[in-house]
Design a protein around this ligand. Structure first.
Ligand code: F6P
Length: 320
């Protein structure tokens, strides 16, 4: 093992830069050359690569986004796309590849391993925290705290006017972000894709809260559960109470990573290099409780990471 590549793929996540830094610096310590691939698998197909040195990753641990840029590439999944990637890997003599990204990126990595035999290691990087086999993905904590800051601000104005606010958060098909911010933000209710919400029952609760003089009402909606706009309209239709909507959107993906994301990213990155150095392939670095370990990349094919039903109960009980 002499030269390895690193790329970021799919949606960017705060902390990806910290992972790149850790990979480059520990790679160098292990006597490896580290090549950065720009724009994810798209860049791998197009041969957009550059060497990374200890200096080139200096001053990035605190920066959001990814210095390597990222992309979502469908062409990459085609046989022709795979062949183009294999050609870049061969041209630059890459012995291994570290992919920082989410579920979709790992499917691509496994395919690439089959196509050209390059060793692949995944580092979980997505704000969604939705990868099966790991308790944490880089970017989740920052996204949650960014959303929470916005929710706290909305609570101020909601309290002042005695209003109902529906706040839509990201998370793709999963409710991890929604549930976390709902608990931390003291939301009155949360809608997540993993569990069905009875809108009539929710509206009944809202009416009850209003009658009892509750000042404001924050309803968190995971984008994968419903559109926030539809939820707001339904609440207004059923209760007759005007409802305001805020869609937080991509603001949740930006900003300086929190301490937790920097620490996790650094530990994950360093661990990924050790796996490659040991000649390993087809693993994802993973957090099991508080231990950094590894799990088969294949686990991404086993469906989704479930939310704990108990946490939804916590929101409901503490909202009364
Ligand atoms: O996977 C990260 C994520 O931010 C999801 O929460 C969201 O559904 C999606 O990416 C948005 O993707 P895009 O930036 O391509 O619109």
């Amino acid at each position: 093992m002499r030269r390895i590549g690193v790329l970021t793929s799919g949606g960017d996540a705060p902390g990806m830069n910290a992972a790149i830094r850790a990979i480059v610096r520990s790679g160098i310590v292990h006597g490896l050359e580290v090549i950065g691939i720009e724009y994810g698998f798209q860049g791998l197909m197009q041969g957009q690569v550059r060497p990374l040195t200890a200096q080139s990753v200096s001053g990035i641990i605190n920066r959001g986004g990814t210095i390597l840029h990222t992309a979502r590439s469908e062409e990459f999944m085609t046989p022709e796309g795979q062949q183009r990637c294999a050609a870049t890997i061969e041209r630059h003599s890459l012995d291994g590849l570290i992919i920082i990204g989410g579920n979709g990126s790992y499917q691509g990595a496994l395919l690439l391993n089959q196509t050209c035999g390059v060793r692949v290691i995944g580092v979980p990087g997505t704000i969604d925290n939705d990868i099966p086999g790991t308790d944490y993905t880089i970017g989740f904590d920052t996204a949650v705290n960014t959303a929470l800051d916005a929710i706290d601000r909305i609570r101020d104005t909601a309290d002042s006017h005695g209003r109902i606010f529906v706040i839509e958060v990201m998370g793709r098909h999963d409710g991890q972000i929604a549930l976390e911010v709902a608990i931390a933000g003291g939301a009155e209710a949360v809608l997540i894709p993993e569990f069905r919400t009875d809108m009539l029952q929710l509206c009944e609760k809202i009416r009850g809260w209003q009658t009892r003089g509750k000042k404001s009402c924050i309803i968190i909606v995971a984008e994968g559960a419903a559109s926030g706009a539809d939820v707001a309209t339904t609440i207004t239709q059923i209760t007759g109470i005007q409802t305001r909507l805020t869609v937080l959107g991509h603001i949740q993906r930006g900003g300086a990573p929190t301490a937790r994301d920097r620490v996790m990213a650094t530990q994950f990155g360093e661990y990924a290099v050790r796996l490659l150095k040991d000649g390993q392939s087809n693993w994802m670095v993973s957090l099991d409780g508080s231990t950094v370990t590894h799990r088969p990349l294949e686990m991404v094919r086993q469906g989704r990471r479930m939310v704990e039903a108990d946490r939804l109960t916590v929101v409901n009980i503490t909202a009364t």
